[in-house]
Ligand binder design. Structure first.
Ligand code: FES
Ligand SMILES: [Fe+2]
Length: 357
């Protein structure tokens, strides 16, 4: 076994891919009301507000005049007003008004602006400023009749890659979340089938009995056959789908936003249908889901701290690390411009492995 030459600092590599020709959520639609919001994307401070037509706008969060944060200002008549000297900016980043100035304000665009969309209950921004994108944000499948929908926003103190891998990693669930999801009783051997397309990777788990932990029991007390898919879709979508028996279906689409290299915000759009009323399932599952996420966030924080204290990462993967290496490969290729997000053409690659969970 090789020993690190320098015990303290062996690293260098960080799994940080900056995919800037892509859309990321900056807010849930109902977070964005009359007040501007301060957000960050790849470390860049942005201000999000609703313009004159009610549509979201995103500008760099720095007043062109003297660098005051515009998110500390207010929205007046669909324009953003700086709280320092009252300069006003419209949704496209042009200054429209300078108090006490006789004559016209600067004519050119003075603030970088980011294209926005409002879709699927989320406000999205394109990560490259001052361009009109040629593609649209990831289309979140709308909920069918009879489904309960919830959107939850959570922060993970880790890279986008580590956060998305965590969301789609099955082997840790029986260990870190022992008893809550899997790992309450005996382990089961199941088959994982991994397939890829140009912009995504999917694992289907075949032959999985209903998970024995609390969550599985609540969703389907009588058991049933499980159909389970985990998907990663560029640039930052983690999707988990479960069908248990004929009547229980849960689909979680988590859209990751790289706030900073080591902070990821997840906008989770949750849709489910069970034989119990939606409000009851929400009431019962929400504290457990938050506890599970709390365990994940605490572990991701420790993982990030360890990576930072070593100055880089060191990974050893085995066959059961199904998704992480594939997610990294896709992110890296997208960063280098070798993949177009939205291109879902299968590439013919396929792996099958058995694992005990
Ligand atoms: S700093 Fe914004 S108006 Fe002066
Ligand atoms: Fe987890």
């Amino acid at each position: 076994m090789d020993q690190p030459k320098n015990l303290a600092r062996e690293g260098g590599h960080l799994s940080v891919a900056r995919i800037t020709d892509a859309w990321y959520p900056l807010a849930a639609s109902d977070e964005l009301g009359a007040r501007p919001l301060a957000r960050k994307l790849y470390g860049m401070p942005l201000v999000v507000f609703r313009g004159a037509d009610g549509r979201p706008a995103a500008l760099i969060d720095r007043c062109a005049h003297r660098n005051a944060p515009l998110s500390a200002g207010r929205v007046a008549g669909g324009e953003l007003e700086c709280s320092y000297h009252g300069w006003r900016f419209e949704a496209g980043g042009r200054c429209t008004h300078v108090p006490s100035l006789c004559g016209d304000p600067p004519k050119r665009r003075v603030l970088a602006s980011f294209a926005t969309r409002e879709e699927g209950g989320l406000v999205w921004a394109y990560a490259t400023p001052n361009v009109e994108p040629t593609r649209e944000p990831f289309a979140i499948a709308p909920a069918e009749a009879g489904y309960t929908v919830a959107i939850r926003v959570v922060d993970a103190p880790a890279t986008l890659h580590a956060t998305i891998e965590n969301a789609l990693d099955v082997p840790h669930t029986a260990f870190l979340h022992r008893g809550l999801f899997r790992g309450a009783g005996k382990r089961n051997r199941i088959r994982a089938v991994v397939t890829r397309a140009a912009d995504r990777v999917q694992t289907e788990y075949v032959g999985e009995p209903r998970p024995e932990g609390l969550v599985g029991r609540l969703l389907s007390p009588s058991g049933g056959i499980v159909t389970h898919y985990d998907r990663f879709i560029l640039p930052s979508i983690a999707e988990v789908e479960y069908r248990i028996g004929a009547e229980n279906h849960i689909l979680v689409t988590a859209c990751g936003t790289p706030v900073d290299d080591f902070v990821t915000r997840l906008y989770a759009v949750i849709r489910f249908r069970t034989r119990f009323p939606g409000w009851l399932v929400k009431l019962a599952l929400e504290p457990i889901a938050l506890r599970i996420f709390g365990q994940d966030a605490a572990m991701l924080a420790k993982q990030s701290a360890t990576i930072q204290s070593f100055g880089g990462e060191h990974y050893t993967s085995t066959a059961v690390d199904l998704m992480g290496p594939q997610i990294w490969r896709l992110m890296r290729r997208a960063e280098l411009g070798r993949i177009t997000p939205g291109d879902s053409t299968p590439d013919g690659w396929r792996r099958e492995i058995d694992l005990d969970v």
